[in-house]
Design a protein around this ligand. Sequence first.
Ligand code: NAP
Length: 295
Amino acid sequence: MAKVERLALIGLGLIGGSLSLALKKNELVGEVVGYSRQLPTRLRALELGLIDRPADSVAEAVRGADVVFIATPVQAMGSVFQAMATALEPHALVTDGGSVKGSVVAAAKAALPCAQWAQFVPGHPIAGTERSGPDAAFASLFVDHRVILTPLPENSAALVARAVALWESVGAVVEQMAVQHHDHVLAATSHLPHLAAFGMVSALSRLEERYEVFRYAAGGFRDFTRIASSDPQMWRDICVANRDELLPMLDHYLDELLRLRHLIDAGDSAGIERLFVDAKAVREALYQPAQAHPD
Ligand code: NAP
């Protein structure tokens, strides 16, 4: 990949910070100029070496940049697009890491003039942790992880190729799909599991005997609910932004839980076992069987 002369990073947390660290580690970026909402976050990002220079506004950060990467929560992206419109260089690639694509594409279309709209190649790295903020960033986050790009019909092939090269340069495996298809698939594989984890912890915490219940929580509970430690604001935004895909997926899951409830209620042990055998086979086809576990 041709070296990025100046990267404008909008949002200085896990995703934005990790892209910057990876490009820096591979000596693929000249200067990183960063903006985030709060001054302490910008100063911390500077201190950690995620950015070389903090900017006081989105416009100041994108001026002179050949690549702009937006890594704020998705609901904030509309205001970011609006703020960059006057300062964006005509040759700049604009891309993002938002977990939902439909709402981000709509926000970009509403905020950017026609010519700049064509400069935006939407993206989503399928990599992350439950930690957030500048201190959570690390250079190897994207290595061997998928990044989904959802190019727009208005994007030139050369611009999409630049976005692909950017992600490949930090070790990611890039795939492309349509915006709506992305939101449908990710509602199933990422958004629904987060709802299940948040919902599980919330449900147990409302039990009268919760203190005793949590005292006996073992590894299985910890594994299942790890992602309920993710950033609440980010997941609030994702639920709101991907409502149309998430609600049918949630209903599908609730139907399955009701099916299980019915089997248990009916004492249908063969039916329960069949459901578990099928689910175990699917999981083991996806991942190596887990080590023996105490619970
Ligand atoms: P994060 O660690 O919480 O970082 C978000 C950054 O955005 C912070 O620097 C925050 O700055 C800044 N920010 C918030 N509101 C802003 C605004 N209105 N204007 C400018 N900056 C603002 O979040 P993240 O995990 O990096 O996620 C960033 C994006 O990547 C999200 O869209 C998320 O959906 C997506 N994503 C996340 C994961 C994951 O596992 N975490 C995985 C894939 C994609 P302040 O501290 O200054 O407010």
